[in-house]
Design a protein around this ligand. Structure first.
Ligand code: APR
Ligand code: PHB
Length: 393
C-alpha cells in the first residue's frame, strides 16, 4: 500500500509532531510514521522545562492553550550548596524572560490532538520502519503494519525518531562526523505524588553527589539523584531514594522535602552527542535523532523545538517557492544553537556533579564557580540567559 505526501516524518515525539503541525499551518502536507502506540508516546515521562521562545512558538501555533492553563511559569531557579540556597532571578537578569514547567508528554498529547483534529495522518505501531532512496528526489519510508507492507513516498524525509532511531544510520558513515562524551554518572529519577515543597527548581551540589528538585504540577514532584552509571534500580528501594534526597537537598534552616508515593522511577544515562551533518540528500534530522545533551541544562526538548522552527521555514520556502537555499543551510543554522546548548549543558553538568576520580581539585573549582555564579551579576546573567534560552534563529 502506497501513500503520497510532501514530507514523510519518522517519529511522533515532540520534533515530528510539531513539524507536522507547523507544516500543516503553512499548507504543506505530511505523514508521520511512529513505531510505538499512541498511548505509549502520550505517557512516556521525559523532560519538563520549556524555554520562553518554545512557549511563544507553541502559543503562536495554536497549541498552547492547555500549557498556558496548566503549565507553571518559573521566574528563577535555586542553586543549593554549602547548606543554603542561592536564587537566580530570570526576569531581572534577562530582560523579562522566564521558563515554563510543562511535561513533554503533555506537549505530545496537545500536538497529537491538534493533528488528528485537523485530519492529519499519524501511523502508530508501525514495524520495521526504514528510509530508502534519500539520494534520489523520491525518497520512501517503508514499514509493516497489520501484516502488510506500506510505503510513504515523499519529496523530503524528516528524521525525528530520537537517539535510538533508524534515520541517522541512513546517512553514510563517511558523510557524518559524530562528537560524543559520556559522563561517569547517571540520573535516577522519580515522579512522586507529593506537593512540591518549593516554588522553583533546585539544583543541589553536595559531597554525596548532585540532586535536582523539580515538579510537574501542584500535586506532583519530580526528583533526581546522581548515581553511578551502572547502578541497578533494584538496589534503590523508595526509602533509600528518599533518604538520599533528604541528605543532598538539606539546608541549615531546616527546609523539608515533602514525600509521597513514588509513581514512577528510572535511571537515565548522561551523554553529550552531536551528529554533524544533520542532513544528507533528501533526509533532514531534527531533535534527539541528531543531538543529545545531558539533562542538567534542561535543553533537550527546547533544542528539538528550535530545529523544527528552522526546518519548517526551510521546507515552506522549498515547497511554496521552489527555494532550496534555506534547506541547504539547515544544519549550519541549527548547529550554532545546538553547540551553545551543548556547551551550557556540559558546563552545568561539570559544575554540579561529583566526579568519581576527583582528588579534590575539581571540587574546589566547582565551589569557586558556584560562588562566582551566585555572587557576580555578570556570571548569574550568563547562566540565566542560557537557561531561559537564546532567541530562535
Ligand atoms: N520508527 C518510527 N519511530 C521511531 C523509531 C523508528 N525506527 N525509533 C524511534 N521512534 C520514535 C520514538 O518512539 C519516539 O516517539 O521516534 C520518537 C522520537 O521522539 P523523542 O525521542 O522524544 O525525540 P524528539 O521528538 O526529537 O524530542 C526530543 O525528547 O528525549 C527527549 O530530552 C529529549 O526533550 C527532548 C525530546
Ligand atoms: C524535569 O523536571 O524533568 C527536569 C527539570 C530540569 C532539568 C532536568 C529535568 O534540568
Amino acid at each position: 500500500m502506497r501513500t503520497r505526501t510532501q514530507v514523510g516524518i519518522v517519529g511522533a515525539g515532540p520534533s515530528g509532531l510539531l513539524l507536522s503541525h507547523l507544516l500543516h499551518l503553512q499548507g504543506v502536507a505530511s505523514v508521520i510514521v511512529e513505531n510505538r502506540s499512541r498511548d505509549y508516546v502520550e505517557h512516556r515521562v521525559r523532560a519538563g522545562v520549556l524555554e520562553q521562545a518554545a512557549v511563544d512558538l507553541l502559543k503562536e501555533a495554536g497549541v498552547g492553550e492547555r500549557m498556558v492553563r496548566e503549565g507553571l511559569v518559573h521566574n528563577g531557579i535555586e542553586l543549593r550548596f554549602g547548606g543554603r540556597g542561592h536564587r537566580i532571578d530570570f526576569p531581572s537578569l534577562t530582560g523579562g524572560r522566564a521558563i515554563t514547567v510543562y511535561g513533554q508528554q503533555e506537549v505530545v498529547k496537545d500536538l497529537i490532538a491538534a493533528r488528528l483534529a485537523a485530519g492529519g495522518e499519524i501511523v502508530f505501531e508501525a514495524a520495521d520502519v526504514g528510509v530508502h532512496g534519500i539520494d534520489t528526489d523520491t525518497p520512501l519510508i517503508r514499514y509493516r503494519k497489520d501484516g502488510s507492507e506500506h510505503e510513504v513516498s515523499c519529496a523530503i524525509v524528516a528524521g525525528c525518531d530520537g537517539f535510538h532511531g533508524v534515520c541517522r544510520q541512513a546517512i553514510p558513515d563517511h558523510a557524518q562526523h559524530v562528537f560524543e562524551r559520556t559522563y561517569p554518572f547517571a540520573w535516577l529519577g522519580i515522579l512522586a505524588q507529593a506537593a512540591p515543597s518549593h516554588e522553583e527548581l533546585i539544583y543541589a551540589y553536595h559531597d554525596r553527589g548532585f540532586a535536582l528538585f523539580s515538579m510537574r504540577s501542584p500535586e506532583i514532584t519530580r526528583l533526581y539523584l546522581q548515581v553511578a552509571p551502572d547502578e541497578d534500580i533494584a538496589d534503590w528501594p523508595d526509602e533509600r531514594i528518599w533518604q538520599e534526597l533528604h541528605t543532598r537537598l538539606e539546608t541549615d534552616d531546616g527546609w523539608r522535602l515533602n514525600e509521597g508515593p513514588v509513581l514512577e522511577k528510572g535511571i537515565t544515562p548522561m551523554r553529550s552527542f552531536v551528529c554533524e551533518k544533520m542532513q544528507h540528500g533528501r533526509l533532514f534530522l531534527a531533535g534527539d535523532a541528531a543531538h543529545i545533551v545531558p539533562p542538567t541544562g534542561a535543553k533537550g526538548m527546547n533544542l528539538a523545538v528550535a530545529d523544527i522552527h528552522v526546518l519548517t521555514r526551510a521546507l515552506t520556502a522549498f515547497f511554496k517557492s521552489g527555494r532550496g537555499d534555506l534547506l541547504a543551510t539547515y544544519d549550519a543554522t541549527c548547529l550554532k544553537r545546538v553547540w551553545r546548548a551543548e556547551h551550557f549543558s556540559w558546563w552545568m553538568t561539570s559544575m554540579l556533579h561529583r566526579f568519581p576520580d576527583d582528588d579534590g581539585f575539581q571540587q574546589r573549582l566547582q565551589r569557586s564557580q558556584l560562588d562566582y555564579t551566585v555572587g557576580s551579576r555578570a556570571a548569574a546573567a550568563s547562566l540565566a540567559e542560557n537557561y531561559v534560552g537564546l532567541p530562535f534563529a
